[in-house]
Design a binder for this molecule. Sequence first.
Ligand code: FPP
Length: 244
Amino acid sequence: MTEVARIPRHIAIVMDGNGRWAKARHRPRSFGHNAGRKAVRATVESCLREGVQALTLFAFSSENWQRPQDEVGALMGLFVRALDKEVEELRDQGVRLRFIGDLAAFDEPLRQRMQAAMTRTAGNHKLHMSVAVSYGGRWDIVQACRQAAQAVLHGELRPDEIDEARLDRWTSLADLPPLDLFIRTGGEYRLSNFLLWQAAYAELYFTDTLWPDFDHACLQRAIEDYAGRERRFGRTGEQVAPLP
Ligand code: FPP
């Protein structure tokens, strides 16, 4: 059996379970999101320790705008506070921060803060941290197709020249290593419209742990599970087996 490299280069996480974590403590959902922020910080530290190259987090989906207004407001406030508090430390730790998604959906002050955080950490390469906000996997594919259509319109490309590799270059995480490990916390078995294109050959890992409880040991368990998988990319087990 071909063992995969022990450490996945690129991990993505659907951070689910903040609301249930708060409910179990008879606290508002925003309390759970705040605890979730601390789990984000701990996960960044863990990825730096383990030598993961890229971490992509689903913080706010295209569909999350439909949540009650006070929860959306609390999440926006949390993002602003997190940006104000964490960016300098992330910069010092060698983390490059970027936001992916329909950033035009956010108000101007928040957009400017996101842009400033991206610029401030742009020179870093130790860990590429992408935070998906107002993001949907289908949105990502559509925006890539729009860019391809523009290129055709401007005569830079013929329609028959559009292939998977070309389209991939217009998707949100094109410059990062391929997604190796897709983790979802909170006990649901869904992709929930996250990284649909990029997850094509990712290994999937689901855990019942609620996101605020996800710690270094949880990440290590996910990585160990990943290291025991056989990745075939459509080929047979024999084809990918190492030569004797
Ligand atoms: C899903 O749990 C979680 C979210 C919609 C928000 C994720 C946000 C954070 C972890 C906060 C901080 C993030 C950053 C990057 C600063 P849920 O509310 O759907 O939980 P439930 O399924 O238990 O209701």
